[in-house]
Design a binder for this molecule. Structure first.
Ligand code: ADP
Length: 619
């Protein structure tokens, strides 16, 4: 037997391995199974090149558990190692890359998926590791042993077959890794799509023997293979059916509703990336859906936290991205500024935009139908990603209160004739509360104005973004002014009331409105309401912004305008001509309360009094 010290230059890394990665011990299985897969793939390559002439045979990788001996073994029939190779690869290459990884890890522990520790990750869970290996070349088998310190031993071993057994003597704190269910779960998490079959034990399969009446249900033990060696994202899209994609989605996210559509990503220059991104039905929400994209590197699962790799709005999508060109052995904070990651995010963003454009162009009606599940996503992208905005202006839709859909250009064309203000801005009227704003919407429609519906989660931001980007458009909420003023033109309607009458009406209502609110008399149409309360657009937005910034809303009191329609018969005739002052005040109160009711402002004792008064009048 030969004994030696693995490395004299570097500090003893074993205690650090145990301590540093404590929370992520489970990744050892990924590292070791990946090595077994690599060794097998290398042998396949040698066979293809004609350098390996023997029988490949069954190259299934075995994960074996022995509870009594407390060992976990990963067995492959790959290239194996000669004695020299063990010295070189395990003692030097693997050791120094583990040491290098730990150096980086010490600086910034946030390395994506904790990739790169490699073979020595075995010592996170094992006190002793044995490697029994025999090369595909004609060389004797050897056994390498290391007990979690820089000393190792190397001795001749008995092994008929080529390949490698890595035997982990699992330590007490990590006995969970001796349970089959736990290991099977981890294999399914990290190794589900690796290109070489991986078996853990057997499973019971039911099958039918015989035919017709003679047939019998029987069971048998079959190898329990945990992976699919050819995941569908690696296949050419032309070979796949919609059914294949849907099944794959169900497999990734059991119990989730079917996706709306998907994009198959496939590029090999200037970087290599494959994958499938699914569009889930989002509805009107940004919650719960995130962190569903799984990142793979050559079919090895890395992480489902991809926010440094794809733009934030794309994290609403589901699916798989597989790219060996995403650097994994670096800290997450570094990733965002990495040039190849930038290229990759640019590519994905473009592909997503192209897909949406294609759907829009191909079948507009269908696209409109999907808009309620798609809108939030598109808006999020337009708000947060310049590049996406530039593409999405062509297929982002605006919905009006009559459930008609328009692109931004279409809509501008539709309304610009009637709805251009004196600053030459096209006024996009909108509501965010269809029911509450009904009377305002009806007034606007009576003028042939069109009203958009913006009642989704991101709409406030979306409106601001559109105003900023479009430049020639201004958004005005339908209750922000009286209808004659919604689209501000320089036109003054005729006043019917004399100035004296106006003053009288004004003082009556000023008393009701109290301090701080503007009261004015305006010659609206007799068809319009007698009293209208509006919330000026600018003031309302300021208040909304303050609320968003978490400021005390009461610091900025609600401000509204009371407009009295001097042309309404109830004002011009009834109110002004009343003889008894008491009755006049009572009518004014009622009209004012009606206006408040219309704005959803009439509550509490005022509402009760209003109802009581109304009942008295009906009797
Ligand atoms: P990496 O896999 O990133 O190269 P590792 O530390 O995991 O780093 O492994 C170091 C080297 O040890 C591998 O490159 C390979 O040459 C060798 N090795 C590890 N496991 C096996 C195995 N099961 N069969 C053959 N060689 C192996």
């Amino acid at each position: 037997m030969q004994k030696g010290t693995i490395s004299v230059q570097t500090e003893n890394i074993f205690p650090i391995i145990k301590k540093f990665l404590y929370s992520d011990h489970e990744i050892f299985i990924r590292e070791l199974v990946s090595n077994a897969v690599d060794a097998t793939t290398k042998l396949n390559t040698l066979a293809n090149k004609g350098e390996f002439k023997g029988e490949l045979g069954d190259t299934t990788i075995q994960v074996l558990l022995d509870e009594e001996r407390k060992t976990l073994t990963i067995r492959d029939r790959g290239v194996g190692m000669t004695e020299e190779e063990v010295m070189k690869y395990l003692n030097q290459v693997a050791f120094s890359s583990a040491a290098e990884f730990l150096e980086k890890y010490k600086e910034d522990g946030n390395i994506i998926g904790h990739f790169g520790l490699g073979f020595y990750s075995a010592f996170m869970v094992a006190d002793k590791v044995e490697v029994i290996t025999r090369s595909w070349q004609d060389a004797p088998a050897v056994k390498w042993t290391c007990e979690g310190n820089p000393e190792y031993s190397l001795e001749p071993a008995e092994r008929e077959d080529r390949g490698t057994d890595v035997v982990l003597h699992i330590n007490e704190e990590n006995e969970e890794f001796l349970q089959k269910d736990r290991i099977e779960g981890l294999l399914k998490k990290y190794c589900k799509f690796l290109p070489v079959p991986i078996q853990i034990g057997t499973r019971t399969e039911t099958y039918t023997e015989g035919e017709g009446e003679e047939s019998e249900q029987k069971t048998r033990e079959v190898p329990n293979i945990i992976n699919q060696t050819e995941p569908i994202w690696k296949k050419p899209p032309t070979e796949l059916t919609d059914e294949d994609y849907r099944n794959f989605y169900q497999e990734l996210y059991p119990f989730s509703p079917a996706p709306m559509f998907w994009i198959h990503l496939n590029i090999d220059y200037p970087f290599n990336l494959t994958g499938i991104l699914f569009f889930p039905k989002l509805g009107n929400t940004l919650e719960v859906q995130k962190n569903k994209i799984q990142l793979y590197s050559n079919q090895v699962y890395v992480t489902d936290e991809v926010k440094e790799i794809v733009p934030e709005f794309l994290t609403l999508l589901h699916g798989v991205i597989d790219s060996p060109d995403i650097p994994l052995n670096v800290s997450r904070s570094y990733l965002q500024s990495d040039a190849s990651v930038k290229k990759i995010t640019g590519y994905i963003t473009r592909k997503v935009a192209d897909k949406l454009k294609e759907l829009f162009d191909k079948d507009r009606a269908n696209y409109e139908e999907k808009w309620s599940d798609l809108g939030v996503f598109v808006k999020y992208g337009m708000i947060s990603e310049e590049k996406f905005y530039d593409k999405a202006v062509d297929f982002a839709l605006l919905q009006n209160v009559d459930e008609e859909y328009f692109t931004l250009d279409e809509y501008r064309e539709k309304v610009k004739e009637l709805q251009t203000d004196k600053h030459n801005k096209v006024v996009f009227l909108y509501t965010n509360q269809l029911a509450a704003h009904d009377s305002f919407i009806q007034s606007a429609k009576a003028r042939n104005y069109d009203v958009l519906l913006f009642d989704q989660v991101l709409d406030n931001h979306f409106i601001q973004q559109l105003e900023y980007k479009l430049g020639d458009v201004t958004f005005v909420r339908v209750d922000s002014d009286t209808v004659d003023n919604l689209v501000q033109k320089d036109e003054s309607a005729e006043a019917v009331l004399s100035e004296k009458e106006q003053d009288k009406v004004k003082s009556l209502f000023s008393e009701l409105a109290g301090e701080g609110h503007q009261v004015q008399v305006k010659p609206l149409s007799p068809e319009d309401q007698p009293v209208v309360i509006t919330r000026p657009e600018f003031m309302r937005r300021m208040k909304e912004m303050q609320a968003l910034q978490g400021m005390d809303a009461s610091m900025f009191p609600e401000s509204f305008q009371v407009v009295i329609n001097g042309n309404h018969p109830l004002i011009a005739e009834k109110l002004l001509r009343m003889k008894k002052e008491e009755k006049r005040q009572s009518l004014a109160r009622h009209l004012y309360d009606l206006a408040r009711l219309n704005q959803g402002m009439l509550t509490g004792a005022d509402l009760t009094a209003f109802v009581r008064r109304s009942l008295e009048w009906v009797q």
